[in-house]
Structure formats: structure tokens, C-alpha cells
Design a protein around this ligand. Structure first.
Ligand SMILES: Nc1nc2c(ncn2[C@@H]2O[C@H](COP(=O)(O)OP(=O)(O)OP(=O)(O)O)[C@@H](O)[C@H]2O)c(=O)[nH]1
Ligand SMILES: [Mg+2]
Length: 450
């Protein structure tokens, strides 16, 4: 794992972390390295892993998650290895966290808290900072155990705190106040973002989505000259970047790189990242990038799909892109994925393999979304006609009295814009009645043959 210059806490003592994972019947579990992902998260957060502990269980122990013997083992391990923090791969309830802290005398964080921490240290733009703070506060509201001293600046002046109120009630009120404040601010940012994305030029947008570390940013760099940061760390990208992608057939589209997803992404975080993902929500096509060399690729595909569903994107046209085919441990990995997902493309973003095939597949998917339409307008509407010639495909015009009927292929955006410029779409019989039918090449050939 490379040195990350964006982190500023190099002078701070790195925390020693113990990793714990419980294998339950319904959890994805990578036999060869069950805590690999958690280790990646811990290292991304700047910790040094000093020990690991796993347990296989049919169901969790309600109070402590782990069985009592394992809890003792964990406490001894924490003491022997001088651990500062215990990181749980599983989601803990507030009371499980508290009990485990008491039993091990060590700070305990679960996966969601760890992910939130990473997002907090990596958020760069004002918008992502607001989003992360909101997600952290919502997550910790039911877990309030400490004083929220940093919130004192948002206290609404003298008189907030009534006599006899407990510190906890006070904390809760401050947190709720700050949550409302952040939501207001985000609403303004999000409104602006939706309008901005929607009003953008009619070039179709294609968004890269996928599991963290799948290679989205590397692919973005391979297809455009974006020069975005890509590295072997989880959550390298937190903000959406959009660049022009000039495809092999000459057309220009906008390509967006987005934040990566992860299994069990904290729900609050998904909700609060909606505006960062606005680009993906409004794009014509999603390129779902998968690390095909990862043994858990199939689970990762499902995790991404479930986040997409939370973002109301499950209906979006999606093309699966199997990446990292240069480092497959075995070609049968890819074959198994491809036989399950036949409409996919295999690439290596790193070695720039499969780029031509990807171009073709994207072009085909974008074209498949084109409508064949008949539009009617005033013959004098030169602005509309000039605009259509530029933005629609296969444009033909037929003039009739003071009207013109344009036959062309358009996508939804172009259709919307044409309507705003004064075109009316003719449907069914209208379209046929108003048209002098164009010669049908196929039919003519058949006639010629008979
Ligand atoms: N061998 C190999 N490595 C790759 C390939 N594509 C990406 N990588 C490596 O995988 C790591 C992650 O790549 P990124 O492009 O940062 O991944 P990402 O999906 O943008 O990750 P996040 O922004 O963290 O969600 C980097 O170390 C890349 O060099 C590939 O085709 N082959
Ligand atoms: Mg990235």
C-alpha cells in the first residue's frame, strides 16, 4: 500500500488496531482472507493492524456479539498487543459496542463507524464535508456517549440549557439542531446540483459506478485524459469528476467518475451522498466496473446493485465492465462471471486492454436508447431545424404547406429540448397520416427480386 500524501496526520502516533470478524451463515466470507477488506479499511484510516481474530457462529450472542470465551480472548489480546482500538467487521448495536468496550477496556468501532471515519478524513469539498458530518451525526445519535464539545459553537445562545437537564439530553438537542442545520444547507446545494446537471449540454452522460477499488478512476484515466487520482486504497474518490470522452466513432460523451460503494455501506451515508451521485442518477448509462480478479466479485456486484436500488437507479441501463483481467488468478474466474452476465465487457484499465470493445458496447447501448420519431414544426422554425441537424441522428425533412415534418433518431434529452424549441411529436396514425411514406429499402429490394 503506497504512501498517501493527502493524509496530514503522519506526525500523530498511528493507532494499533485489532480486527474482529464473525462468520455468520448469510455473510460473504472469503475463506483465504476473511478480514482482507477490513484490513484495507483500517489501513486506509491510518491504523496499524496488530492482531486479528475470527469466529464462526450460527447466530450472534445478543449482548456481546461474540461468545464469552472469545470476548475474554479478545481482552487478553488487546492487552498483550497494546491495542488502541478494536475494529469489528460486523455491525454492532450501541449497547453491544458499550458492553464490549467495558469488557475489553478498549475503544470499539464497527465497520460503519470506520467507514464514516475514512469519509470524514478524505472529504475535500464543502459539499462532501457537510454530507459526511450529517451521516456521522445521524449514525451516532442513538450512540451518544461522549460530550459533543465541537458542537458548542452551534448552541443557540444563553438559555438553551434548562436547570436539571442531563448532559445527554443537552447533547441530543445540540446534535438534532446541527442535523437540521446541515440538512438545510445540503438542500440548497442539492437543488443547485440537480439544476446544474439537468441544464448541462445535451451530450449524454455515462457514469462509472462500482465497488471501491474496482478501478473506476483508472478506467476514467484510460478513456479520457482526466488525470484523476487512482490508488490502491479504499475510497480514493469521494467527489464526482466529469470529463469529455471522445469515443472511437467520433462522438463526444461526458464520463463521470464517482465514489465507490462497499458492502453494508452505512445507510445514512448513502442517503447523504445522493447529491454527489446526482450525476449517476441522471446519466443515460451506467458502467458498472467490477474487479474480476477478486474472489468476491459476485458479492460485490450484488452490493453495488443494492446501493443503486437505494439511489433509485436500478432501472437505469447498465453495462457490466469486468476489469483487471490482466491479473486474474485463473481465466475460469472471468469465464464464470461472463457466463452469468453475458452482456458484459472485459477490460484491463491498467494495461488499456479491451478499450475498443468497450467503445463499441457503449455506443451500441447508447444507440439502443434512441427513439425513432416524427416531429412536426413550423417550416419557418430555422432555429429548431439547425439545432436538430446538429443533435439528432439520421435527420430527414419533408415540407408540407407551412409545416415541416422531421424524421430522426433522438434520445430523451434531445426530444425534450426539441419540444421546448417548438416541435410537436407525432404519434401512431398521426405520424403515418402526415408523412409521405419514405421508401422502404428492404421492401423495394424484395419487390425487385420478385
Ligand atoms: N492489475 C490491475 N490493477 C488495476 C486495474 N485497474 C485498476 N487497478 C488498480 O486498482 C487500484 C484501485 O484503482 P482505482 O482506479 O483507484 O479504483 P476506484 O474504483 O477508483 O477506487 P475508489 O475511488 O477508491 O472507489 C489501483 O491500485 C489501480 O492501479 C487493472 O486493470 N489491472
Ligand atoms: Mg476512484
Amino acid at each position: 500500500m503506497g504512501f498517501d500524501q493527502t493524509r496530514t496526520d503522519m506526525s500523530v502516533k498511528q493507532e494499533h488496531a485489532l480486527l474482529v470478524g464473525v462468520c455468520l451463515p448469510d455473510r460473504p466470507w472469503n475463506e483465504s482472507d476473511p478480514l482482507g477488506e477490513l484490513r484495507g479499511l483500517a489501513e486506509t484510516a491510518g491504523a496499524v493492524v496488530v492482531g486479528e481474530l475470527t469466529q464462526r457462529r450460527h447466530q450472534i450472542q445478543l449482548g456481546t456479539y461474540l461468545g464469552s470465551g472469545k470476548v475474554r480472548e479478545l481482552a487478553e489480546m488487546a492487552e498483550a498487543k497494546e491495542a488502541d482500538v478494536i475494529l469489528f467487521d460486523n455491525e454492532l448495536t450501541p449497547s453491544q459496542g458499550k458492553t464490549l468496550e467495558a469488557e475489553t477496556k478498549c475503544k470499539v468501532l464497527d465497520r460503519s463507524e470506520l467507514i464514516l471515519d475514512i469519509f470524514a478524513t478524505r472529504a475535500r469539498t464543502a459539499e462532501s464535508r457537510l454530507q459526511v458530518e450529517l451521516a456521522q451525526l445521524e449514525y451516532s445519535l442513538p450512540r451518544l456517549k461522549r460530550m459533543w464539545t465541537h458542537l458548542s459553537r452551534v448552541k443557540a445562545g444563553i438559555g438553551v440549557r434548562g436547570p436539571g437537564e442531563t448532559q445527554l439530553e443537552e447533547d441530543r438537542r445540540l446534535v438534532n439542531h446541527r442535523i437540521r442545520d446541515l440538512k438545510d444547507k445540503l438542500r440548497v446545494v442539492q437543488g443547485r446540483k440537480v439544476r446544474e446537471v439537468a441544464s448541462r449540454s445535451t451530450e449524454p452522460t455515462v457514469s462509472l459506478v462500482g465497488y471501491t477499488n474496482a478501478g473506476k478512476s483508472t478506467l476514467m484515466n484510460a478513456l479520457t485524459d482526466a488525470g484523476v487520482l487512482s490508488e490502491n486504497k479504499l475510497f480514493s474518490t469521494l467527489d464526482t469528476r466529469t470529463r469529455q470522452w471522445r469515443m472511437h466513432d467520433g462522438r463526444n460523451i461526458l464520463l463521470s467518475d464517482t465514489v465507490g460503494f462497499i458492502r453494508d455501506l452505512p445507510h445514512h451515508l448513502v442517503a447523504s451522498f445522493k447529491s454527489t451521485l446526482e450525476e449517476a442518477r441522471q446519466s443515460r448509462l451506467l458502467l458498472h466496473v467490477v474487479d474480476a480478479s477478486n474472489p468476491l466479485a459476485e458479492e460485490q456486484i450484488r452490493a453495488v446493485e443494492s446501493v443503486l436500488a437505494e439511489l433509485d437507479c436500478s432501472e437505469k441501463p447498465t453495462l457490466l465492465v469486468f476489469n483487471k483481467v490482466d491479473q486474474l488468478p485463473d481465466i475460469s474466474f472471468l469465464q464464470a462471471l461472463q457466463s452469468k452476465h453475458p452482456y458484459s465487457v472485459a477490460v484491463s484499465a491498467f494495461k488499456k486492454l479491451g478499450v475498443a470493445e468497450l467503445n463499441q458496447a457503449v455506443a451500441a447501448r447508447l444507440d439502443a436508447d434512441l427513439f425513432h420519431v416524427h416531429l412536426e414544426a413550423e417550416a419557418s422554425n430555422g432555429k429548431l431545424l439547425a439545432w436538430l441537424k446538429h443533435h439528432a441522428r439520421e435527420v430527414t425533412e419533408q415540407y408540407k404547406d407551412d409545416k415541416v415534418i422531421v424524421t430522426c433518431q433522438v434520445d430523451e434529452e434531445v426530444l425534450g429540448q426539441a419540444a421546448r424549441l417548438g416541435a410537436t411529436r407525432l404519434h401512431g396514425d398521426d405520424a403515418i397520416l402526415n408523412m409521405n411514406p419514405l421508401p422502404d429499402i428492404g421492401a423495394l429490394e424484395e419487390l425487385g427480386n420478385s
